[in-house]
Design a protein around this ligand. Structure first.
Ligand SMILES: Nc1ncnc2c1ncn2[C@@H]1O[C@H](COP(=O)(O)OP(=O)(O)OP(=O)(O)O)[C@@H](O)[C@H]1O
Length: 345
């Protein structure tokens, strides 16, 4: 028998769509979408509330039945070869209780390992490694209900990873975590992608998290992908000549007199940040000269770029016509979506 070869893509969506309700009440939560995610890629799925992110993730995880199209996970069709397809993924869903709170962290991992068909001898070393990596080993016998939100989230991701699946679906993984817990989590997700080659689909409203972790960003609005590019390329396409000038607070009256058109100011602790968008160096130097003449203390001057948050807001607030093909990579013939939206391959 010929050995099964690994397909090129970890995730392949072909015309995937979901309509909730029937007849007059029918509502397309996800419009037919075609998308291919290569192995080892971290893709951030971003969109406003109700855009269709969770529905997409749930369809990937086999928890919501699509109304149209197909999903292949590691080459296995979720509808036709469900058990092999679902074995490819670990999922942590937003808001759901992904683990059992009355059980300890250790018991949860043993339970989920067995549920997914592993033997005790296989589960134990993995559970030990996961709990150790996440700093929970010492507290493994305590019930999950006694854990902080961040620790519960760590147990949930460990449970999702107990079978060592190549694909991880993370719906709002850092929601509700404090700064330190979110940092640990982000570092760990980055490690899973970089060192263990996991393919990760990430949804989040925390755009700095998406920017930090995602190789690629897909923006979904009203069930439709309106942008899909490598993160760096998406940011580069929205780059502009922008300068940020910081002056010590106390210079506000001076600023009010000398600010060029279109400049914005934002107070920040004991300084004011002035942003000059889409501008040139002449405008910058003219402003600096006026600040100097007025004796306003300068803190710093730097070139700046729009953040992913700004780009995202531009995209979702743009009229349909003004979101150009610029935000979708050109078709290479291998990945032509059904809605004439072009995606990365
Ligand atoms: N079981 C359901 N029955 C009917 N409509 C649903 C169901 N689940 C979701 N929807 C609707 O589908 C749309 C997409 O919802 P979904 O939860 O996928 O959005 P989302 O992008 O994950 O939003 P959020 O960021 O708020 O979590 C919404 O309008 C939602 O009300």
């Amino acid at each position: 028998m010929r050995a099964r070869t690994r397909p090129d893509a970890a995730i392949e969506l072909d015309g995937l769509g979901k309509v909730y309700g029937r007849g007059e009440k029918a509502f397309a939560a996800v419009k037919p979408t075609t998308l291919s995610v290569p192995w080892g890629q971290v893709i951030g799925l971003l969109g406003p509330n109700g855009a269709g992110k969770t529905t997409t993730i749930k369809m990937l995880g086999g928890l919501v039945t699509p109304s149209s199209g197909t999903i292949r996970l590691g080459g296995h069709d979720v509808a036709r070869d469900r058990s092999n397809a679902v074995r490819q993924i670990g999922a942590v869903l937003e808001g759901s209780r992904n683990v059992y709170w009355p059980m300890s962290a250790w018991e949860n991992l043993m339970y989920f390992g067995r549920l997914k068909g592993l033997r005790g001898g296989e589960i134990k070393p993995r559970a030990r490694r996961l709990l150790t990596e996440l700093g929970l080993w010492e507290r493994r016998n305590e019930t999950v209900s006694s854990f902080s939100r961040g620790m519960q989230q760590k147990v949930a991701v460990s449970a999702a990873l107990i079978t060592d699946p190549p694909i991880l679906l993370l719906d709002e993984p850092t929601l509700g975590l404090d700064v330190e817990a979110a940092r640990t989590f982000k570092d760990w997700i980055a490690h899973l992608a970089a060192d263990e080659g996991k393919t990760i689909v990430l949804t989040t409203h925390q755009l700095e998290v998406a920017q930090e972790l995602s190789d690629r960003i897909a923006v979904i609005k009203e069930g439709e992908i309106i942008a899909d590019l490598p993160t760096a390329e998406l940011l580069a396409r929205h780059a502009e000549d922008r300068f940020e000038v910081r002056v010590a607070t106390g210079s506000l009256d001076v600023l009010a007199r000398v600010l060029p058109d279109g400049a914005t100011t934002e107070p920040h602790d004991d300084e004011t940040r002035v942003t000059l968008r889409d501008t040139d160096e002449d405008t910058l130097y003219a402003l600096l000269a006026q600040l100097r003449a007025a004796g306003a203390p300068l803190v710093s001057v730097a070139r700046a770029q729009p953040s992913l948050e700004e780009v995202f807001l531009r995209l979702i607030h743009a009229d349909d016509d003004s979101v150009g093909d610029d935000d979708r990579v050109g078709d290479d013939g291998a990945n032509q979506p059904t809605q004439a939206k072009e995606t990365t391959s």
